[in-house]
Design a protein around this ligand. Structure first.
Ligand SMILES: *Cc1c(COP(=O)(O)O)cnc(C)c1O
Length: 386
C-alpha cells in the first residue's frame, strides 16, 4: 500500500510569487468589480490563448449560463450526454430542453452525424463539449449550424490551450466557455471565462455578469452576479507564468503512460492527431472485454491500493432523474455513449505526478491484467515491470 494518489492535484502558484499581488490588493483595497488584476488577466489570457476577447467569470457554470443568455438561446439545444452534469444543468436553468445526441467512439465528442436527425423547429443551438480537451469535429458542426441557422456554444471547460492546425479551438462556434476550477489544467481556485469574438458581444456579457449595470443608474438587462474577484485574478496571473511548464509536464507523463501501457491487452488510450496541439488534461483509458477484469473491478482494486481514478463520464447525464424522461435520453438511442461510459477510466495525471507513483499505478494495472477476476493479486507471483 502506498500513499493516496488522486486523479488530479491542483496546480498551485509559488506562494512567494503570489504574496506581492496580495499586498497590492490590500494596499488598493479593490477586491472585486473589475479591478486591475481582472483586466490584466483578461488581456494576458487573450494573448496566451490566441483569442479575441476573454470575459472572466466566478466559475465555468455561470459562464455557460450567461453564454446561453447572451445568445438569447430558446427552445431545444442539441448536446452530449457524455460530459459533466453542468453542461445540461445550465440548459435547464435557462428553461431550455436538452436533446442528447450520441458520441463518436474515438473522440468521445458529439457525433456530427447524429445532430441533423434531432433538429426540430424548436432547435436554436448546439452545445458540444471538447471532452478531455479533445477537439470536436468543429467543421462539420459549423456546417450543420450554418444550414439550419443554429448557434454553437462550446463547453470548452477541458480545452485550455488546445489548438488545431495552429489555431485555438476556442475561436470555434459563437462562444466558448472555459472552467478554471481547481481540478482543471489552469485554475483560479474557482473561475471560468467566456471566449468571445467581438467587442460588442463582450460588452453585453460584461453587463450580464454584473446585474446588467451599464452605468451607475442604468440597468440594461436582467443580469446575474458572476464576477471574478481580484484575489482569484491575481492567482491566475501568477499561475500563467507556470502554465507552459505544467503543460509540458502533462505531455511527458501522458507519453510515459502510453509507453508503459502499450502492450497491456484490453487497455487502450487516445492518441492525438498530428494537427492537434493537445493539453493532456486527462488520461482516459478504455478497459474492454479482453482485459481480465471489468472496468469497475479495476477501479475498485486501484482504490484498495489508495489510487483514486475517476469514471469520467459515468453515469451519463441522460441517466439522471431530471433528464431520463426525455425522449432523446433513452439508452437505446445513445449506444456509443452507454458503452463508453461503462468502459472508461481516467487515470491520475497532473504536473507533479512522480515517475515512482506512475510506475506504481501501471504495475497494478499490469498485475490485475495478468489474473482472473476471482483470484487475488497477492496470491500470485507477478512479473515486476522492467
Ligand atoms: C468543470 C466543468 C464544468 C463546470 O465548471 P465549474 O467551473 O466547475 O463551474 C462544466 N463543464 C465541464 C465539461 C466541466 O468539466
Amino acid at each position: 500500500m502506498g500513499d493516496n494518489i488522486f486523479v488530479t492535484s491542483p496546480l498551485l502558484p509559488p506562494l512567494e510569487e503570489f504574496m506581492p499581488y496580495l499586498e497590492k490588493i490590500w494596499q488598493n483595497r479593490i477586491l472585486t468589480n473589475g479591478g486591475e488584476f481582472h483586466q490584466e488577466l483578461e488581456e494576458a489570457l487573450a494573448r496566451y490563448l490566441g483569442v479575441k476577447h476573454v470575459c472572466l467569470f466566478a466559475n465555468g457554470t455561470l459562464a455557460l449560463l450567461t453564454a446561453l443568455q447572451a445568445l438569447r438561446v430558446t427552445g431545444e439545444v442539441i448536446t452530449t450526454p457524455y460530459s459533466f452534469v453542468a453542461t445540461s444543468h445550465t440548459l435547464l436553468w435557462n428553461g431550455l430542453t436538452p436533446v442528447f445526441a450520441d458520441i463518436d467512439p474515438h473522440t468521445f465528442n458529439i457525433d456530427p452525424q447524429r445532430i441533423e436527425e434531432l433538429i426540430t423547429p424548436q432547435t436554436t443551438a448546439i452545445m458540444p463539449v471538447h471532452c478531455y480537451g479533445i477537439p470536436c469535429d468543429v467543421d462539420k458542426i459549423q456546417k450543420i449550424a450554418d444550414i439550419y441557422g443554429l448557434k454553437v456554444i462550446y463547453d470548452a471547460a477541458h480545452a485550455f490551450g488546445v489548438k488545431k492546425s495552429g489555431q485555438s479551438i476556442l475561436n470555434c462556434g459563437d462562444l466558448s466557455i472555459l472552467s478554471f476550477h481547481a481540478t482543471k489544467v489552469f485554475n483560479t481556485i474557482e473561475g471560468g471565462a467566456i471566449i468571445c469574438p467581438d467587442i460588442k458581444m463582450k460588452q453585453r456579457i460584461d453587463y450580464l455578469k454584473n446585474f446588467g449595470f451599464a452605468g451607475e443608474t442604468t440597468v440594461v438587462a436582467p443580469g446575474i452576479n458572476a464576477k471574478m474577484n481580484e484575489v482569484q485574478a491575481a492567482f491566475g496571473l501568477v499561475q500563467m507564468k507556470h502554465i507552459d511548464a505544467a503543460l509540458a509536464a502533462r505531455k511527458a507523463i501522458y507519453e510515459r503512460y502510453c509507453e508503459l501501457l502499450n502492450d497491456v491487452e484490453g487497455i487502450s488510450y487516445f492518441n492525438a492527431p498530428e494537427n492537434v496541439e493537445w493539453n493532456h488534461a486527462y488520461f482516459p483509458v478504455i478497459v474492454d472485454e479482453s482485459y481480465p477484469v471489468s472496468r469497475d473491478a479495476l477501479y475498485e482494486k486501484l482504490k484498495e491500493d489508495n489510487i483514486y481514478t475517476r469514471r469520467y463520464f459515468y453515469p451519463l447525464i441522460s441517466s439522471f432523474s431530471m433528464y431520463r424522461h426525455l425522449p432523446s435520453a433513452s439508452p437505446d438511442k445513445l449506444p456509443v455513449a452507454e458503452t463508453t461510459s461503462q468502459k472508461i477510466l481516467c487515470l491520475p495525471i497532473f504536473p507533479d505526478l512522480t515517475h515512482e507513483d506512475q510506475d506504481r499505478i501501471v504495475r497494478l494495472i499490469r498485475q490485475y491484467g495478468a489474473i482472473s477476476e476471482n483470484q487475488s493479486p497477492s496470491s500470485l507471483i507477478v512479473e515486476e515491470l522492467a
